[in-house]
Design a protein around this ligand. Structure first.
Ligand code: F6P
Length: 540
């Protein structure tokens, strides 16, 4: 069984709903200001809930006719059948002939999922090893060669072997506080092979108390192996000779034979499988640095949150299914409103790295130009995904969103409740209010804008003369009509972060299923690697 089994033609323009959507787009829609003022033209409802996350899409440029055709598109493209094929372990990564089973990594520990007993057993046994190791280190039981307690972890990896654990460690770092009598463990991340990146971390650390974790699915990535070799040299220079480095080194890889050949001990090697894509691997042993940072209980909660979103994706009707809706709205903006980019704007500062993480997940997955059946795509596929913290963006690139010439759809992410970890801070409630107020104001301003008549009235009301106001009115008006959604997460807990990540994974899946492309290979990154190797040989 493969991804094309239910759908002989990959090109979505052949589907009836595609033509219907094109016709609706050609007719045009009222300005969002008018759509918002006329609830009878809106799809009902304009929000959906699941796993503690609410998607508010009232400010998307859709009416009920568009929404019903988008849902028809999902049905005609066989999104549900493709989803079920993925969960059942079909080789939907057709160019590498692999299953895509990151969902199995977060499956319920006591229930065998559709992927079957063998995968379940492998996953649970490696997860148990990861959790035991994390608890032993956090409990102070893991000592270095000289008998000192290990307190610092340096994760060396890049791309999917860095972005997920690093982002989640930052998001959940408040859970890292040690319990009484246990060491204060700090997890550091190094991805870039620029010497400063490694040096700036290592120079503050004591080799005798440091664990170097080398995370690489392939164990061939030049940047990672360069940093790993230098970190091992740093250990040696710091008094941990090569033959004594076993306790200071961990390998996380889908190629344990390669890490073994490089001298990593079997008991310090954690594995995952070729059916886990690098950018989907935070749920696997690759999440060990995160488990080391937050502890095994919180790590398992994180996995359970991802699983809750999987169950929502599998069972919720399409019209209230968060990944389906988010994916369809993205297709509408990309293919029918012609918006080439998608801004992801997070408001909690702990989600500072969420956009770069999603950027890799989305762009490395859906940045494709060939359909599953080998034909060239004549429809636009993955958008340019960009973004970061919304509040900082407001004082940087939001000017272009409001008055520039690009129409940039926005996905805002906010957290509804105050941060429990900050409950004792006297100013926390006020800061929380300011952050969310800004999110709401930007969502409204981008959608509604302010026309010239209102701008003129406001300038006159501020005391300007008629001629002064007329001179400024074009500069001070806002076209608006910028489609945007807000994802409101009820609280930034491990479980909710897991659900939020899984939501984006499935959004990417839904879009690939509609576009008829393979989201799970990444041949585009190979040419540059090959050329770097060729240049290295030529200059050796
Ligand atoms: O170059 C891109 C990439 O292949 C990503 O897909 C992957 O996450 C990253 O490199 C790191 O690869 P590895 O985990 O094998 O070192």
């Amino acid at each position: 069984m493969n991804a094309t089994a239910h759908r002989p033609v990959s090109n979505p323009t052949a589907l009836p709903a595609w033509g219907a959507l094109q016709a609706l787009a050609n007719q045009g829609l009222p300005h969002l200001r008018d759509l918002l003022a006329n609830p009878d033209q809106r799809p009902a409802p304009v929000a959906a809930d699941g796993t503690g996350i609410r998607l508010d899409f009232a400010r998307q440029a859709v009416n009920s006719a568009v929404m019903s055709q988008l849902l028809a598109l999902a049905q005609q493209a066989g999104v549900a059948q493709q989803r079920d094929a993925m969960f059942a372990g079909a080789h939907i990564n057709t160019t590498e002939d692999r299953a895509v089973l990151h969902v199995a990594l977060r499956g319920a520990p006591d229930t065998v999922g559709p992927w079957g007993a063998a995968v379940h057993a492998d996953v649970q046994s490696e997860l148990a090893r990861v959790c035991a190791f994390a608890d032993a280190l956090r409990g102070g039981q893991l000592k270095g060669h000289t008998g000192e307690t290990l307190t610092d972890v340096v994760n060396i990896g890049i791309g999917g072997s860095d972005l997920g654990p690093r982002m989640a460690t930052e998001a959940l770092g408040h859970l890292a506080a040690p319990s009484a009598g246990t060491p204060d463990v700090t997890v550091h991340y190094v991805s870039n092979p620029d010497a400063w990146a490694l040096h700036s971390v290592l120079r503050r650390l004591n080799p005798a108390r440091t664990l170097v974790v080398v995370s690489s699915k392939t164990f061939t990535t030049q940047e990672t192996l360069t940093n790993a070799a230098s970190a091992r040299r740093w250990l040696a220079d710091g008094g941990i000779a090569t033959e004594h480095q076993g306790k200071h080194l961990v390998a996380i890889t889908a190629s344990p034979q390669r890490s073994a050949a490089a001298g990593y001990l079997p008991e310090h090697t954690f594995t995952f499988w070729d059916w886990v894509g690098g950018r989907y691997s935070v749920w696997s042993a690759l999440g060990l640095p995160l488990a080391l940072a937050i502890g095994s209980t919180a790590f398992r909660e994180f996995l359970a949150g991802g699983h809750a979103m999987d169950e929502h994706f599998r069972t919720a009707p399409p019209a209230s299914n968060l990944p389906v809706l988010l994916g369809l709205l993205g297709v509408w903006n990309r293919n029918f409103l012609g918006c080439p980019t998608q801004l992801l704007s997070t408001y909690p500062s702990r989600l500072a790295r969420f956009a770069p993480f999603v950027q890799q997940m989305d762009m490395e997955s859906n940045g494709k130009r060939t359909h599953l059946d080998g034909t060239a795509c004549d429809v636009a596929t993955g958008p340019i995904v960009w973004g970061g913290l919304g509040i900082d963006g407001q004082h940087a690139y939001f000017q272009l969103l409001h008055q520039g010439q690009h129409r940039v759809p926005v996905e805002f992410v906010g957290v509804e409740s105050e941060d429990v970890a900050l409950a004792d801070l006297p100013f926390a409630a006020e800061h929380h209010r300011v952050v969310n107020l800004n999110l709401r104001a930007q969502a409204e301003a981008l959608a509604k804008g302010r026309g010239e008549a209102d701008t003129l009235a406001s300038l006159l009301a501020s005391g300007l003369t008629e001629s002064q106001a007329q001179a400024l009115v074009a500069h001070r008006s806002f076209p608006g009509n910028v489609p945007n959604s807000t994802l409101w997460v009820d609280a930034l807990t491990p479980s909710r972060l897991g659900a939020l990540i899984a939501l984006y994974e499935h959004k990417v899946f839904v879009q690939a299923a509609i576009w008829g492309i393979n989201a799970y290979d990444q041949w585009g990154v190979e040419l540059g690697k090959t050329m770097a190797q060729a240049m290295e040989k030529a200059t050796a």
